[in-house]
Design a protein around this ligand. Structure first.
Ligand code: SF4
Length: 275
């Protein structure tokens, strides 16, 4: 919600509304739902209302546009962290129309529309081709959702099509889409907060290797709350998890201690928009 987002791969965050309905295991510990509740908004589920934002809030991207134009830069705007832009619900279409208009008014901003409902992009998107400042992405937490969501995402022409593999909950093979040039960017990350589930480091390594082989930019966002243990001191002194499901043992501790290093380095690669 802030002008300068804390999310590593974006500059700003914008929410056309607040509220959503859970659709898959990646939603189990939805941070947005918890944050909405904490701030007094009961806006989750099919029956819940959605929270609309003020005109002053909607003007913020126009100010970002002005600044970006003056500075000759292209900030990225993540849309939406507190909702899903392609949620099917009565009353949301006029807000979406307002969003498409705002996107057209802000050509210096690259809008990252991330959804868990890519099957609705065609139906709920604008009835004109996507402008060049829209990047379309979908969440892939497991192979099942790679198989279901990526074919729907890649039906759409966009300057960048990306995947957010966060929280990554299992091994995923993206090879056929990466090698066919259908996906231009992959983000991966672990889970944070109450109920967070660990990600096996082998699953992250697999994605990194698939991207490297296919020449697709890879961004490793963070480990999340669970960190693979290599240090025996941690094994004996901290909260650990041992489970046959994983190739390693984990320690649970603050996300900031776990960092963003994978295979000895950070991965902050970015896509080159397609013309
Ligand atoms: S789609 Fe996103 S915002 Fe909606 S419930 Fe799932 S995680 Fe939360």
């Amino acid at each position: 919600m802030a002008k300068d987002s804390k999310i590593e791969w974006t500059t700003h965050t914008f929410n056309p509304w607040w509220g959503c309905t859970k659709v898959s295991p990646a939603c189990d510990n939805c941070y947005a739902e918890k944050w909405a509740k904490r701030t007094g908004h009961d806006i989750w589920g099919h029956k819940g209302p959605r929270r609309e934002l003020s005109d002053a809030y909607w003007k913020q991207p126009l100010a970002w546009q002005k600044q970006a134009e003056q500075q000759g830069v292209r900030p990225r705007v993540f849309c939406a962290s507190m909702a899903d832009v392609f949620e099917w619900k009565k009353g949301l279409n006029p807000i979406r129309e307002r969003l498409w208009e705002l996107i057209n008014q802000t050509p210096n901003l690259d809008w990252l529309l991330l959804t868990k409902r890519p099957h609705l992009i065609n139906r709920l998107g604008p009835q004109t081709p996507w402008p060049s400042n829209v990047w379309l992405g979908t969440t892939v937490e497991s192979q099942r959702f790679a198989n279901e969501r990526i074919p729907k995402l890649v039906e759409n022409d966009a300057t960048v099509r990306f995947l957010s593999c966060e929280p990554l909950l299992g091994p995923v093979d993206l090879t056929k889409w990466l090698e066919a040039g259908r996906i231009n960017w992959v983000i991966a990350g672990g889970e944070t907060g109450a109920g967070a589930r660990p990600t096996d480091p082998e699953w992250f390594e697999m994605l990194k290797d698939q991207c490297t082989t296919a020449g697709v930019p890879f961004h490793f966002k963070q480990w999340g709350d669970w960190y693979p243990i290599t240090d025996e001191v941690l094994v004996s002194s901290a909260r650990t998890l041992v489970d046959d499901k994983y190739s390693v043992r984990f320690v649970k501790r603050a996300k900031r201690l776990n960092g963003r290093t994978l295979a000895g380095r950070t991965w902050d690669e970015l896509p080159t928009p397609q013309s």
